[in-house]
Design a protein around this ligand. Structure first.
Ligand code: NAD
Length: 471
């Protein structure tokens, strides 16, 4: 049994004032593997106070000092990659493919911030005006349990590069990742209070931080419903917000695509991280003229997406994070059938041979219309829908007929044609013949997928405010 009874405030590990103990589970077995003692409102206040004290001097540091800190952070995270990977697999069932591919992004976030700072001009002259890009103040980062370390690294890297101090509230489901990450921050020898970490519930710590008068900025990654609550909390004090929310991303297979590779990529996107990825391509839009071929290609590609032990390198899809998420995903598989969709593969219940833990059968529905709830709502599990379209215009209409707009994928053998389609899609990112974005491109959503952008100057400037002095 792992006992995590620590938070990190003002450069020190402390026992939280909060007394609630929450169990930690391994989703591959469903067994309790530990407990976390959760922070409360008083801990949140203490973390903000520490960040506010630290801001007075940290905001005055120059590029060189910040670059040195960011380099130490990169080294500290690079040192612990294996521990981060193990925590992710143990605590939410991340597969080997996911941890090997994505965990190195965490130190990479600090490296990117270093590169950016080296060339970024914080002061510019426009005619008779000097514009300085000033740090906003105390920032708060609120993150989900999936890939928590990468999301935290990204927000902290941008905040520190900008000269902000920060309070991080990771998900209560990611305490193992948080413990390793806190040790990385501690090892990087930061000035006390520059980074503070309080694991607690959204309704206590989250609400306190997002309505706190001494907080100037909230960077949030999580669900659309919580994003709405954060906007309400932040309204009274006009906090600056970056909200990275949910999605129901389309993968448009144009009728000239190489269907074997396009379908494999579309499934890989949809099932990514056990189907628990904000930008997963969960709606596969297939041309009616080649629907049979698409269905055959899905059937042949499915063995690569077999559910199993996330430690096994051959596993394509691990378990979902919790019993509640398992029940929710099962209810959507039931709902799809009630709505009249056909199960091409998968279905209700656990996959054969996986009687323990929260494993879901990787599921693909055909005969789906975009009005069905399984096509409109974010399921956050390995459940995909195939929607047939007649022509390109209809594909674009269906792709855009969603409350979300985080990412879209277009597959075609004609890049110019794909680009013309991409230009009509309402999404923050449209990828052509690929499923992973470019780290230098802005990342974020339109509509109910969020507000603002991360990455590169877009991310840095979300922690800065221009001040104009005209003489
Ligand atoms: P969630 O929204 O339930 O929780 C995210 C975080 O918000 C957690 O730390 C939680 O404790 C906190 N929270 C909850 N209520 C709060 C409140 N009232 N005030 C402040 N904080 C509060 O999301 P989750 O289940 O952890 O993660 C899955 C969701 O995150 C999905 O919807 C997914 O699409 C989204 N997500 C988005 C991105 C992106 O970059 N757009 C990336 C990953 C996940």
């Amino acid at each position: 049994m792992r006992k995590i009874h620590q938070i990190y405030i003002d450069g020190k590990f402390e026992i939280p004032h909060g007394t609630e103990l929450a169990p930690l589970h391994n989703p591959s077995t469903g067994q309790v593997i530990g407990e976390v003692r959760l922070a409360d409102e008083a801990d949140a206040d203490a973390a903000v106070a520490a960040a506010k004290r630290a801001f007075a001097s940290f905001s005055k540091t120059g590029k060189e000092e910040r670059i040195a800190i960011l380099k130490r952070l990169s080294a500290a995270f690079a040192e612990r990659l294996d521990d981060i990977k193990a925590a992710m697999t143990e605590e939410y069932g991340a597969t080997r493919g996911i941890v090997d591919g994505l965990v190195p992004l965490a130190p990479g976030m600090f490296d990117e911030a270093v590169k950016l700072l080296e060339s970024y001009e914080f002061t510019r002259t426009r005619g008779t005006t000097t514009v300085s890009m000033d740090p906003l103040g105390v920032a708060v980062a609120i993150t989900p349990w999936n890939l928590s370390v990468v999301f935290v690294a990204q927000k902290v890297a941008d905040a520190l590069a900008a000269g902000c101090t920060i309070v991080v509230k990771p998900s209560e489901l990611s305490a193992l990742q948080t413990q390793v990450m806190s040790e990385c921050f501690d090892a990087a020898d930061l000035p006390p209070g520059v980074v503070n970490i309080v694991t607690g519930r959204g309704r206590t710590v989250g609400d306190t931080l997002t309505s706190h008068p001494d907080v100037a900025k909230v960077g949030f990654t999580g669900s659309t419903a919580v994003g709405q609550q954060i906007m309400r909390n932040a309204a009274d004090t006009f906090k600056r917000l970056t909200l990275e929310l949910g999605g129901k991303s389309p993968s448009i297979l144009l009728d000239d695509a190489d269907m074997t590779s396009a379908v494999s990529a579309a499934l890989a996107s949809g099932f990514l991280n056990n189907g628990q990825t904000c930008f997963a391509g969960t709606r596969i839009l297939a041309p009616e003229s080649r629907l049979d071929e698409v269905v055959e290609a899905i059937e042949s590609a499915m063995p690569a997406f077999t559910a199993g032990d996330p430690q096994d390198p051959a596993t394509g899809v691990g378990p979902v994070v919790s019993q509640a998420q398992f029940d929710r995903v099962q209810s959507y598989i039931r709902l799809g059938q009630e709505e009249g969709a056909q199960l091409l593969t998968g279905g209700e219940g656990r996959p054969e041979g996986l009687e323990q833990g929260w494993f879901v059968k990787p599921t693909v529905f055909t005969g789906v219309t975009n009005r069905m709830r399984i096509a409109r709502e974010e399921i956050f599990g390995p459940v995909l829908v195939v929607i047939a379209y007649k022509d390109e215009d209809e594909a674009v209409r269906i792709a855009n007929d969603t409350p979300y707009g985080l990412q879209a994928h277009v597959f075609s053998s004609d890049i110019e044609r794909a680009r013309r389609v991409a230009e009509q899609i309402e999404a923050g990112t449209v990828l052509i013949n690929r499923i992973f974005g470019d780290p230098e491109a802005p990342f974020g959503g339109v509509k109910q997928s969020g507000i603002g952008r991360q990455h590169h100057t877009y991310g840095l400037e979300a922690f800065l405010e221009p001040r104009a002095i005209t003489a």
